[in-house]
Design a protein around this ligand. Structure first.
Ligand code: SF4
Length: 215
């Protein structure tokens, strides 16, 4: 089987969103279909600085860390040719699988494995202003958490437009861009407005790995 382009595999805590603080093994896949101006993982695309690893080499590395949770991140994990086999193998090895995606792409492997593994799949979608907050409609039924980066572009209308497409309960997160104080204040205003006018309860959660200066 073709080897998979991997930027890094590392042991840390979940630093963002509703699962913050859990010990997690991160697999950062090479490549992304977007180019967000404030991207903090630019080193994961437009680079030759990746490792080519086989599926069995990756699974051995994951086992070394002994974490129950594995996160496929990037870049954009769906964009990487190895996504499909990794997604399947990690679930079959009984890990809780977190996927962090910009939401624009889809792979039918999610649908194929959903019935057997839906309690072990945590798909976090962070729609981006750089793709007009587009979310692939095939992905929508599998998303469990929506995370909006509160930056200079985000408007309440963007959030409401995205939520119009969802029918089920979700974790709703506002994440101030780069833990900026001014973006926290903007997030707080959005949080109040969404609650008062739309009866939507969002949590404001910073990036804790940046507070503690860890990966
Ligand atoms: S989608 Fe994510 S990884 Fe890709 S450019 Fe945007 S922030 Fe960076």
């Amino acid at each position: 089987m073709e080897k998979i382009k991997i930027i890094e595999i590392f042991d840390s805590i979940e630093g963002e969103g509703s699962l913050i603080g859990y010990p997690v093994t991160f697999i950062r896949l090479e490549g992304c279909n977007l180019r967000c101006s404030w991207c903090d993982t630019k080193y994961s695309y437009d680079t030759e600085n990746y490792k080519l690893l086989s599926l069995s080499e990756i699974m051995l590395l994951i086992k070394e860390f002994s974490n129950k949770r594995v996160c496929l991140t990037g870049g954009e994990p769906f964009y990487n040719k190895g996504f499909r086999v990794l997604f399947e193998e990690i679930l079959k090895e009984n890990y809780f699988l977190i996927v962090e995606t910009n939401g624009t792409l889809f792979d039918s492997i999610i649908k194929e494995l959903w019935d057997n593994y839906k309690n072990k799949i945590h798909l976090v979608c962070s729609p981006k202003p750089f793709s007009d907050f587009y979310i692939n409609e095939k992905l929508i039924p599998y998303i469990k958490e929506l995370k909006f980066i509160v930056d200079e572009f985000l408007k309440i209308e963007n959030i409401l437009d995205v939520l119009d497409n969802f029918k089920t309960d979700l974790s709703l997160i506002l994440q101030p861009e780069s833990n900026r104080q001014d973006m926290f204040e903007k997030a707080r205003k959005l949080q109040k407005e969404l609650l008062l006018k739309n009866n939507l309860e969002f949590r404001i959660i910073p990036q804790v790995h940046k507070i503690f200066n860890i990966d």
